[in-house]
Ligand binder design. Structure first.
Ligand code: FAD
Ligand code: SF4
Length: 502
């Protein structure tokens, strides 16, 4: 094979179409439209096939990037897909939402000190994932069943990745999910225009094809406890991948007014309760015309862009630091700016203003300036005295971070750290024998692929744990079932209400 050099490869990234900003700001269709075959192949040409590829190390699940690209260059697309899915269950999802610029693409040789953009690894991964969905490919996996039963709590990326590996290892795996549909944040958080639900569903069907049983509307900690799963329901091990979806507020006056909500509530009501499809679905959001979103991370970007698509005339982002410190992915910030969101950097809310009917009518803010760097290395924002001013707003949305839902800690003896996250050792074992945890509930808010990496690592630990117990486990195939309803209450709604109360 002729060795490629930086000079011999196509210098520009291959073309990928996106919807125009004015058009896309008013619809929920996907923004980025993906490579066609010709452009995917052009992009493959840009890979140098490095003998020691940094991209593999840069990926939290160590995808063999040059390996799958080499198969694409041989026009063996099915082989490329099989190779890719040795490491990831969700290529069409991760190809769309992973922050590749900080991972595989961030260390790609093509983009390192050359002035060129790195190989568009994420877009190639998406291309193969989409091709598999279109062609109906499923991965042939030979499974040798064993006698172990494992329960997974939470069907987000951590739970799904753990379930897939354990099912492939022959365990009988059941996922318990509080909401009425599986997928975690992929389903209730990330909006349709970045990650279509059809794509999530298609990749979840691969999990079901491995024999994984998914029980929705099941809030663990209310219907049964972790200890009951081990002692009464006959599970040999449990994995907790419950995420960290409890929203933070600022504790400023006016937070109890009508029209104040968290970004997770807004996104959930759009994604799961179809607020975008009123009156076909009887669950409108009633945001009004002027929306103020506090925070500027990826969740804030999603909340703002969804608000625009739900018909808001003016969307204002309020962030206490400057654009340089904005934590959102650069691409998301750029897309939001193109779509017409107003960004108010170095601005902090001090009070939410209400009218005589206790509805939000505005938000009082203060200007900030950056002082000395704090322990995170970022310059600390400080208020400028006397600089308060008011915005008009019909809705105020908080997107300033989340913390864990306390339910598992309240209903079991599992060890938590001082912030309420589940404590684990380096193998992701918790304080309870046979119980492992991973994803956002251990690390705090992170990324899809990091959660999947944790799920895979926990699956490996569970396999070893079950191997040790191999001789003394008694397998009981049938255990009494638990009803998937809580005295007739819709559990997703119950969970959702609970989160609002905390
Ligand atoms: P989750 O995805 O939160 O899944 C946890 C699941 O557990 C949920 O379905 C929940 O209903 C269920 N659950 C909770 N408690 C119980 C219980 N007691 N019983 C049963 N089920 C329970 N990351 C990226 O990489 N790229 C992005 O573009 C991106 N965008 C994001 C946008 C938003 C709006 C948000 C909120 C996050 C985003 N993230 C993104 C972060 C990423 O989605 C998370 O880091 C990842 O989903 C964490 O996975 P997880 O499996 O740990 O938890
Ligand atoms: Fe190809 Fe970049 Fe990985 Fe090298 S680092 S193998 S150029 S994708």
């Amino acid at each position: 094979m002729v060795r490629k050099t930086i000079r011999s490869i196509p210098q520009e990234r291959a073309f990928m179409p996106v919807q125009e900003p004015e058009e896309r700001a008013r619809n929920f269709d996907e923004v980025a439209l993906g490579f066609d075959l010709e452009n995917a192949m052009l992009e493959c040409e840009r890979c140098l096939m490095c003998p020691q590829p940094a991209c593999i190390e840069g990926c939290p699940v160590n995808i063999d990037v040059p390996g799958f690209i080499a198969k694409m260059l041989d026009k063996d697309y099915r082989g490329a897909y099989d190779h890719l899915t040795n490491s990831t269950l969700l290529p069409a999802v991760c190809g769309r939402v992973c922050p590749q610029e900080d991972q595989c693409e961030g260390v790609c040789a093509v983009g390192s000190g050359t002035g060129l953009e790195p190989v568009a690894i994420g877009r190639l991964e998406r291309f193969l994932g989409d091709m598999a969905i279109r062609e109906g490919w499923t991965k042939e996996t030979h499974i040798e069943p064993n006698r172990f039963r494992v329960a997974i709590v939470g069907s987000g990326p951590a739970g799904m990745a753990c379930a897939a590996d354990l099912a492939k290892a022959g365990c009988k795996v059941t996922i318990y999910e509080a909401f009425h549909v599986p997928g975690g944040v992929l389903r209730y958080g990330i909006p349709e225009f970045r990650l279509p639900n059809d794509v999530v569903d298609a990749e979840i069907s691969n999990l079901k094809a491995l024999g994984v049983d998914i029980q929705c509307n099941t809030l663990v900690g209310r219907l049964f406890t972790i200890e009951q799963m081990l002692d009464e329901m006959g599970y040999d091990a449990v994995f907790l991948g419950v995420g960290a979806g409890t929203p933070h507020f600022m504790d400023i006056p006016g937070e109890n007014l009508n029209g104040v909500l968290s970004a997770n509530e807004l996104l959930t009501r759009c994604n799961l309760m179809h607020a975008d499809n009123f009156p076909n679905f009887d669950t409108p959001l009633g945001l009004g015309k002027r929306i103020a979103v506090i925070g500027s991370g990826n969740t804030a970007m999603d909340a703002m862009r969804v608000s625009l698509r739900l018909g808001a005339e003016e969307v204002n982002c309020i962030y206490r630091r400057s654009e340089v410190e904005c934590p959102a992915r650069k691409e998301e910030l750029h897309h939001a700016q193109e779509e017409g969101i107003n960004f108010h950097w170095l601005t902090n809310p001090v009070e939410i203003l209400g009218d005589e009917k206790s509805n939000v009518r505005g938000i009082r803010c203060i200007r900030m300036e950056l002082g000395e760097a704090d322990s995170s290395g970022r310059r600390r924002p400080q208020p400028i005295e006397g600089s308060e001013f008011d915005f008009e707003a019909d809705t105020v949305v908080y997107a300033i971070g989340t913390s864990p839902n306390p339910i598992l800690g309240q209903t079991s003896s599992i060890g938590l750290n001082k912030w309420g996250y589940i404590d684990t050792n380096e193998n992701l074992a918790t304080s309870l024998a046979g119980v492992y945890a991973g994803g956002d509930i251990v690390t705090g808010a992170a990324t899809v692929i990091k959660a999947m990496g944790a799920g895979r690592k926990a699956a490996d630990s569970i396999r070893k744990y079950l191997g040790i117990r191999d001789s003394d486990v008694v397998y009981e195939p049938e255990k009494p079932g638990f009803e998937n309803s809580l005295f007739g209450i819709d559990l997703a709604e119950h969970c959702f209400t609970r989160i609002r109360q905390i």
